[in-house]
Structure formats: structure tokens, C-alpha cells
Design a protein around this ligand. Sequence first.
Ligand SMILES: [Zn+2]
Length: 386
Amino acid sequence: MLRNRAYKFRLYPTKEQSILINKTFGCTRLIYNMSLAKKKNNSELSCYDLIKEIPKFYLKYPFLKEVDSCTLRCAIFNLDNAYKRYYKRLGEYPNFKKKESKDSYRTNNITSTYKGKKYESIKIDLENKVITLPKLKEVKIRGYRNLNKINGRIINATVERIGYRYYVSVVVEEAVTLPDKKEDKIVGIDIGVKDLVVTSDGNTYGNPRYNEKYEKRIKKLQKDLTRKVKGSKNYIKNKIKIQEVYRKLANARKKMTEEIVNKITKYNDIIITEKLRVKEMLIKKEKISQTKTLRKNITNATFGQIIRKLEEKCKMLNKSFVQVDEYYASSQICSRCNSKNKEMKDIKIRKYKCSECKLEIDRDVNASINIEYEGLIKYFKNKYAN
Ligand SMILES: [Zn+2]
């Protein structure tokens, strides 16, 4: 079986290389924004119609020729994906990209043959710790100390800047042999606020307060920012500082998510979760205070990441991953007698008390058991439908 895997390296460009990288960020942003403007005027335009416009942009903005042309096409593909996500109700309407302390561009690996010799536009040499990228040539990388070779076909690379740091994520298509599928151990997972993850076997994982320290720092830095002149040196410095805290927060989240996901996937064969309510997550920002927005964003990002990583890991280990419908009222149903208690809509009620069968059980454990049942029905329906 072939599988895509992403490898992320820290990138160490020279001064000249970082200038070119930053130019590429600017050029891809320009193409993205101009294509978005065209699309706003005429929603019928397809991705390929927009790509056909690139030569016209070259005439108007000759500096576009200085950067890897593939990144410009990828910017249009990114815009196309943003629209697709919007139409599937998975994301907001695409916005114009602003110049920020965080930026990225993608380029595809293009293979060609010349005089019987095969050439690739992206290459990685892990012995010498360098990656070859179009226009940039060799750039130093660091990461994956114990890996000395990438086995597979490189599909694309995304160059990213966060604060002062540069990274490159390389997607590789790898051939893998999967372990046999099993259905011995089944677990339902509820994603909560008191504990990040509660499972139907009664275990809890993750400290939801891991972000408090960073939240405080971000709040303080954002307050400082309002006292600085927009666009000034100190303003930019402050923005980068904020980005650095966000990076640390993301690292802490990643570490915690990996720990949770590794434990759950190690001991279970069928893993059942809820779909996240995206519509609720895309809350109108002006309705609540800035602090609450920040907290909500961080929590949503954590939930989203846990579910995404669970799905990825299940694929890697050939385990079954099932998601129950987002409108399934897992917290309102009694996990023993199936009667419904609408009072449980109030998230402050921590204990489920059933008036029918007198069951008393922790709110989140009750929900995770319901999720397990509901998911199993879906799992077997799918299995025998074919
Ligand atoms: Zn009951």
C-alpha cells in the first residue's frame, strides 16, 4: 500500500536564501489575492482559468519571474482548496492574505528526463543534511537525527516562516505493509473541557490547563501591542514575540496530543469519536470578549488536532476509526436504559442522573459510552453493507 507521510525539518537558509524565501511569500500572496479578487468578481472561474492568467501577471509584475513559478500555481490551488472547504461548510469564506509574521508557500516536486537522466526539482540528502529546492538550491536542514534516507517519492514541499524560524514540510509517498485488522478492543471517546479526553473504559487523558501559561503571555503581549505605533519597529518586534509564544503553545499541544493518541491507539482496535461541530466552532468573533475568543480558539485547535491525529494514527496502524454524527446527543442519553435527559444540555451539570433507571455516572464517561455504542452500529452497518 502507498501512503503519504509528512516530514518537517527546521530550515537554515543563508541571508540570500532567506531574502528569496521572503520574496516568494510576497509573490504567492500577491497571486493568491489577485486570483481571489477575480474569483469574487466571477465565481464561475475555475482553478485552471486562474492559472491561465499567470502570464498576464508576469507582464504587469516582472519581479514574479524571480521566484519558483510552481509556487504561484500552488497558491491558486490553495485558493481553490479554500473555496472547496467553504462550499463543504468546513471553513470560512477565503480572505485576502495580509503580510504577517507567519507565512508559507508550497512547491511540487517536478520530475523530468533529459538525455536519459532523471531530474527532480526537490531532493533531500540526509547524510549531508541539505534539501534542494527550486531557485534556492541547497538549504541546510535539521531534524530526524536517526533517519539517514527517505524511502519514497517526494510529492511536494512547504516552506514556512514562524517568527524568526524557517521550516520545510516534505510530503513523501511511501510503500508500507500494514498489520492485520482486528476488532477485539473497542473504545468510545468524548472530548471534554474538564478532562481533554474521556474514554468509555473510564480513563481520562490530557490536562486542559496546559495552555494557561501561554494564554497569559499572549494576552499581555497583545495589550502591549495596542500601545505601539502600527507598523513601527517595536510593533513588528512585539508581533514576532506573540508568534513565538504561539509556537511554544503549539509545541506543548503537539506533545500532549501525541501522548494521548499513542496511548489510545496502542491498546484499542476500533476507535470511535464524535465529529466536531464546525459551525459552532466558527463562532462570530464580535459576540464574545477577546479573552474568551482566545481561549475558545485554543480549545478548538486542541480538539481538532486530537481528532485529526487519531485518524492519521489509525490509518498508519490499520486500526478502525469511526466518527458518529455531529448531532448525535451523546451527553443527553442514558448509557444504560437509553432514556433522554434534556437538562444535560447545560454543560455545568457534571453528573448524569437518570430518572428512569436511577443510573448516576460522570457526564463525560456517560457520553463516551454512548459514542461507543453509536459508533459500533455505524461500524457494523458499513462492514456488512458491502
Ligand atoms: Zn437510565
